[in-house]
Structure formats: structure tokens, C-alpha cells
Design a protein. Structure first.
Length: 173
């Protein structure tokens, strides 16, 4: 049986191992132990037989937008619904916190499509480009696609035009 829960500091070494494995294959960004300890509250983990076998995190950019990062399912546990189980919980968390949109940069847009996301332009998330992409050696010829989903109603904005438009809505589960 698989259970899901928010991660704690004791999970960090396992999360580090999961992410490092896929970072070595260049399918996701590496994270240091220090980064993981300081952001561990952003993570949700999947547990089987008391062991963490998958993880994913929700990084907040502002009161409206968050990113799913570091989504990793241990080899040998893939294709059993754990990835989708994590995404579903991270989206629920985003919705319950009043966010509007969740996005991800990914080499597997097909997987995210099965979770309700749609491909969109990375330029809709300038804070992401600023924070991570500009310092990345692969940018702008990056192989990752940007996918996004709307999880809540757009909030009124005082000045600017909506930053994000035309992203699909989260279907209530
Ligand atoms: C991508 C990943 C998170 C998917 O998790 P998973 O537990 O294997 O996927 P699930 O079993 O939840 O699959 C859900 C659906 O997505 C599809 N899917 C899963 N991986 C896929 C892939 N690589 N390509 C296309 N479709 C995929 C499944 O077929 C399934 O579709 P279905 O419901 O129509 O049968 C996992 O394989 C992984 O950790 N990969 C390496 C790291 C990575 O690429 N992470 C994403 C970076 S943002």
C-alpha cells in the first residue's frame, strides 16, 4: 500500500538520493543537501513499507503561482501511479492554499498531460526564467517543455494584466 505525507528533515537523505539519480541522467536539476534541508517543507513523499519511494515539491513564486519541482519516483516503482498520486496531492495543496496556477518544466510533458496540464510558453513565468533559467547552461536551447494547470480562480489584479492566461483548469477529483 502507498501512503502520502508531507516530508520532514529525516527524509532528506532519501530525497537527495532520488533526485541525484535523475540529475545524473540530466532529466532534472540537482539539489544540494543544504538546499533540501531548507526547502523540505515544500516536499510531499510517497511511502511504501515504511520507505520513501517517491517525492515531489511545490515551490511558491508569489500568492498566485507555484512550480512542481523535483518529481522523482524510484526506479522499480514507476508506472504504478505514484507520480500521478504525488501531482494530485501537490495540486490539492496548491488549491487549498489559494493559488491560481501550477507549472512545471519537464522532459516528460506527456506524463503531465495525463495529470491535466497543458503545454504553454515559458515566458508566462518570468520569475522562473530569472531565478533558474538565465544561469543555466542549457538556456535558451533548453529541452524541457513548460506545462501548466489552473487550480483556482484568477484573483483581481490592481495594475498589471494577468500574467498567466489560457492554462487549463484543475478538474475536481
Ligand atoms: C515521470 C515520472 C514522475 C512518472 O511517474 P510514474 O509513477 O512512473 O507515472 P504514473 O504511473 O503515475 O503514470 C501516470 C500516467 O502518465 C504516463 N506516463 C508516465 N511516465 C511517462 C513518460 N515518461 N512518458 C509518457 N507518459 C508517461 C503513464 O503511462 C500514465 O498514463 P495512463 O494513466 O494513461 O496510463 C517518473 O517516471 C519519474 O520519476 N521519472 C524520472 C524523473 C522525471 O522525469 N521527473 C519529472 C521531471 S519534472
Amino acid at each position: 500500500m502507498t501512503t502520502y505525507r508531507k516530508a520532514g528533515p529525516a527524509d532528506v537523505p532519501t530525497i537527495f538520493k532520488l533526485i541525484s539519480h535523475y540529475a545524473a541522467e540530466r532529466v532534472m536539476l540537482a539539489r544540494t543537501l543544504e538546499e533540501l534541508y531548507s526547502s523540505v517543507r515544500e516536499f510531499t513523499v510517497a511511502v511504501e513499507k515504511s520507505r520513501v519511494v517517491a517525492c515531489g515539491s511545490l515551490k511558491f513564486y508569489d500568492g498566485r503561482v507555484a512550480e512542481i519541482r523535483s518529481l522523482s519516483v524510484e526506479q522499480g516503482h514507476t508506472s504504478r501511479g505514484l507520480g500521478r498520486g504525488l501531482v494530485k496531492r501537490l495540486l490539492r495543496e496548491a488549491k487549498s492554499l489559494g493559488l491560481e496556477t501550477v507549472f512545471a518544466l519537464t522532459t516528460v510533458p506527456e506524463f503531465f498531460r495525463t495529470c491535466g496540464f497543458r503545454e504553454t510558453a515559458r515566458e508566462k513565468f518570468p520569475a522562473k526564467i530569472q531565478r533558474d533559467c538565465l544561469s543555466c547552461e542549457l538556456y535558451p536551447a533548453c529541452p524541457e517543455k513548460t506545462v501548466a494547470i489552473r487550480v483556482g480562480k484568477p484573483k483581481p489584479r490592481a495594475y498589471a494584466r494577468p500574467l498567466i492566461e489560457e492554462v487549463p483548469a484543475l478538474r475536481s477529483a
